[in-house]
Design a binder for this molecule. Structure first.
Ligand code: GUN
Length: 285
């Protein structure tokens, strides 16, 4: 029987554990973890994600500082805001929602965020720490995938993990976390030759390409673990993953649905990184 991994429930459990930890931090140490969320412009999908992040903070007892800037905000103004947030002791995490408008350099902004408040794990310092196997803040989505596997009792050690997608946000950090967990890792992408054969060689498949249902079930090896990071909007407004769920579930031993699989984990891990940052700032870890 194929097991459908319930990311929503696992994320809810993590968020409840964090809520209790935040309560203890406040009562015993007088510490309130704080997350600053910066959004520039009014991309509808980004606005939805940012609202979900704020609500999750409130439920967990984390202070959220919301900065919504108009789409024509200059890079200098955004850098000045980040400098203020870097210096603010009530702020333990800073997240600039991506993508940014075209006139702003994403690199310049991500490099301006203090690496010790970079709860997304996108600063080159944190990318480097992850690459040497000592991540301070693992990027939230791949971190969420590792947590799903841990909760489900799936150990990537010595397994062949195939990551489809090479983005800085998911594919590359996913491969590094899997390597650190002693997996044998293949990264492939849109220009890889014979993608079906590569996908078919996976014990654990992580799909992170952002193309609706591009991986059909008949590419997947019988008994593979299938983790679908994709959340794609179809013309009718509904959401689907990068994997064709209905045909893939006939082959997989474990599979995440989309929505309701990896997505909810991203926010849970963001809160986890924020609490970790607050503890670290107060010398507790
Ligand atoms: N845009 C899409 N995913 C992410 C993410 O994980 N963090 C941020 N800051 N922006 C995103």
């Amino acid at each position: 029987m194929t097991h459908v991994i319930d990311g929503k429930r696992i994320a809810a459990d993590i968020r409840e554990t964090l809520r209790q930890e935040v309560t203890l931090l406040r009562e015993r140490h007088g510490i309130v973890p704080g997350l600053a969320v910066v959004i520039v412009g009014d991309d509808p999908a980004s606005k939805v994600y940012v609202r979900m992040k704020r609500q999750a903070c409130e439920t967990a007892g984390i202070a959220s500082f919301h900065h919504e800037l108009p789409g024509d905000t200059s890079q200098e103004v955004l850098l000045a805001l980040i400098a203020r947030l870097n210096a603010d002791p009530a702020v333990h995490g800073i997240l600039t929602q991506l993508p940014l408008p075209g006139h702003i350099s994403e690199r310049a902004i991500l490099e301006a965020i203090s690496p010790f408040k970079d709860v997304d794990g996108f600063h080159p310092y944190n990318v480097g720490m992850l690459a040497i196997g000592e991540p301070l803040f693992p990027p939230c989505t791949p971190f969420g995938v590792m947590e799903l596997l841990r909760v489900e009792g799936i150990d990537p050690k010595s397994r062949h993990v195939v990551v489809v997608g090479r983005s800085n946000i998911v594919g590359k950090p996913m491969a590094l976390l899997m390597l650190a967990a002693h997996a044998t890792v293949t990264i492939c992408h849109s220009r890889s030759a014979d993608l079906p054969a590569l996908v078919g060689s996976a014990d654990i498949l992580v799909a992170a390409v952002g193309r609706p249902r591009m991986i059909p079930g008949d590419w997947i090896r019988e008994g593979a673990v299938v983790i679908d990071v994709g959340t794609n909007r179809l013309p009718d407004g509904s959401l689907c993953g990068d994997v064709d769920f209905e045909s893939a579930r006939l082959k997989a031993s474990h599979i995440t649905p989309s929505p309701g699989g990896v997505g909810p984990m991203t926010i849970a891990m963001l809160l986890k990184n924020t609490v970790k940052s607050a503890r670290r700032a107060h010398g507790l870890d």
